[in-house]
Each structure stands twice: as C-alpha cells, then as structure tokens.
Design a protein around this ligand. Structure first.
Ligand code: ADP
Ligand code: F6P
Length: 320
C-alpha cells in the first residue's frame, strides 16, 4: 500500500496528536504517502483532505486535542454517508484509512471495511477506556491524572472544613475513570454504572467515617450513574454532613498527554501503519498485558467490557 489517510473522530483525547505524528512519520519512513482528513467522518464526506509530511507534525507530541480536529457526524451512521466517504477516498487514490477514536468511530470504520472493502485500522482514542479488547485507550491515563490532581486539591479544602464532596467524572457508560482515580486518590466511595450502588451502604460508611474522626469524605461518581446533585440530595436526607459537589467536565479531555499516553500512541501508530503496509485492514490496535496487539474489528467490538473488580475491591478495602 502506497497512500493512506488518517482521521480523528468522536470526543478528542490527549495523545491523539502524538498518534497522528506517529502515523505520519512511520508511514513516511516506509515510503507511504499520508493524507490528513479534517473533522472526522464529516470531513471525509466533504473531502476536507490535505497531504501531510513529517514537518507538518512537528511540535505536536505534547499538545492535547487534535490538530486534525474532530466531530460527530450523524450522516456517517447511514449506508449513504458511508458510501460517500468511500467515494472520496477512492477519488484521492487512498488505499487504507487509520481511524483514531472510540467505539462509535470504530463502528463507522467497520461498516466502511465490510460494505466497501476499504482497508481500515483503528487506534483507540478516548478518555473513557470503554473498549473491551484493549487494556488502555489513548487519553485515559492523562484524564485520570487530571482527575487525581483535582481530587488532591478538593481534599485539602474539604479537610479544612470537615466536609464531604461528590466529584463527578466523565466516562459515558464506563466507570474506569472513576475506579482508577478513586483508588489512586484515596476516595472513601466510588460509584460506577457497572456495579449497582447501595445508597444506605454509602450513608452508613459516611456516618462511620465521621465517628472515626475522618475530616473529609470524597465520593467519586461516574457520570453514567447519575448527576452529582441527585446523589447529593439522596445522601443529604440521611447523613448530617455538609456536602459539596464538583462536576469536573471538559477539563478531563484537555491538557498535555502523559508519558503513558505518548508511548501508547507511538506503539499503536507503528502497528497500524505496518498492518496497512502489508495490505491488512479490518483490524483494531491496542495493548494487552503490556504487549501491542491487533484484533479483528468485529470480534473486538463484540467483546464484553468488564469493570476492574480487583481495583474496585482494593479501593474499598483501603478507604476504611
Ligand atoms: P466515539 O468514537 O468517541 O465513541 P461517537 O460515539 O460520538 O464517539 O462516534 C463518533 C462518530 O462515529 C459518530 O458521529 C458517527 O459519525 C460515527 N458512528 C458512531 N456510531 C456509528 C455506527 N453505529 N455506524 C456508523 N457510524 C457510527
Ligand atoms: O467520550 C468522551 C466523552 O468526554 C465522555 O466521557 C462524555 O460523556 C462525552 O464525551 C461528552 O461529549 P460532548 O463532547 O458531546 O459533550
């Protein structure tokens, strides 16, 4: 394969730029031309495409966001939209496409592969860490570190005032950001969509914490469960403690990528380009138990995602 394209799609994630850089430079090193598609599938349908060389990705490894921009494109959810995208790729003589995005973006990519026999490879880019086939997605590590920084700061002021705080974090339907940041931040409780929550147990624990002399109580709540103010109202009826709420929001999607995300980006880019170089498509790249892997896209999307029970259990154990 001599000519490939790359796009970023869905919610942006720190490390997407490092992955774009990796794709362009790995491909250029193997005498492959790279085209960058702007604004995900929207730009693909509209033909917003430009040639990228090694210099075009200088000085981006440390930047959050995505220089190719990203978008959500309802038209690509239709066979007609996918066909338009395919025709644009054909018109540019593009033989392979690398999609950096989450599960929605991968579903679009799968349809492009199966309906039109376009060789596509996915690199997992989402802060949510909600793809079952890979242990980690680009942006997750950075997002968790951003949440940890917030927990540390919020803990200082809660402790000074003997208060509790519910910190709502992103993740869509996935509780990984909450579990990892809750464990690493020493949260008293972690509430995630994958594990049914018992409001009485949370309230009992808060009451016991007050008796034990704990000066603050941090509850990390995944957005997929409910709004932080809903949970606050449920607790406030039962426990005599001042509760504040913080919705961390988009701060979790920005910022300079961590070492882990940059290294993951480079490794995934290298594998993705090599697959296309060998004319292999229909794959998604990731990491399992430290090793870079690639899986069939349909099988990867069918895998059932599970919350990390071990981390959740340890977090509960350590928060006594
Ligand atoms: P993410 O990739 O981060 O999960 P989204 O779920 O918003 O983000 O999906 C990004 C884009 O991928 C959508 O706007 C749409 O263009 C495309 N997409 C999502 N789901 C599908 C689907 N089932 N079929 C085709 N394209 C899809
Ligand atoms: O998928 C990434 C993510 O940040 C989710 O955690 C969150 O639910 C969603 O995107 C927010 O999407 P939007 O950018 O459309 O507000």
């Amino acid at each position: 394969m001599r000519r490939i394209a790359v796009l970023t799609s869905g919610g942006d994630a720190p490390g997407m730029n490092a992955a774009i850089r990796g794709v362009v430079r790995c491909a250029n090193n193997q005498d492959m031309e790279v085209y960058g598609i702007e604004r995900g599938y929207d730009g693909l349908i509209k033909g917003d495409i430009r040639r990228m060389d090694s210099r075009s990705v200088s000085d981006i490894i440390q930047r959050g966001g995505t220089i190719l921009k990203t978008a959500r494109c309802p038209e690509f959810n239709t066979p007609e939209g996918i066909r338009k995208g395919y025709e644009v790729l054909r018109a540019y003589g593009i033989e392979g496409l690398i999609v950096i995005g989450g599960d929605g973006s991968f579903r679009g990519m799968r349809d492009l592969c199966t309906n039109h026999k376009m060789a596509c490879v996915g690199i997992p880019g989402t802060i949510d860490n909600d793809l079952a086939y890979t242990d980690f997605t680009l942006g997750f590590d950075t997002a968790v570190n951003t949440v940890l920084d917030a927990i540390n700061k919020i803990r200082d002021t809660m402790t000074s005032h003997d208060r509790a705080c519910i910190i709502e974090v992103m993740g869509r339907h996935c509780g990984d950001i909450a579990v990892y940041s809750g464990l690493a931040g020493g949260a008293e409780s972690i509430v995630v969509p994958e594990i049914p929550f018992d409001i009485d147990a949370i309230c009992d624990k808060m009451r016991r914490n007050i008796i034990k002399g704990k000066a603050s109580d941090i509850i990390v709540l995944a957005e997929g469960v409910c709004d932080c103010n809903t949970l606050k109202n449920m607790i406030q009826e039962k426990v005599d403690i001042t509760i504040r709420t913080v919705k961390l929001g988009y701060i979790q999607r920005g910022g300079t990528p961590s070492m882990a995300d940059r290294v993951l980006a480079a490794r995934c880019a290298d594998r993705a380009v090599n697959l296309l170089k060998n004319d292999i498509g229909g794959r998604v790249v990731g990491v399992r138990e430290g090793a870079v892997i690639d899986d069939d896209i349909t099988e990867a999307l069918d895998m059932e995602r599970k919350v990390n029970d071990e981390l959740y259990r340890i977090a509960s154990l350590l928060s006594l």
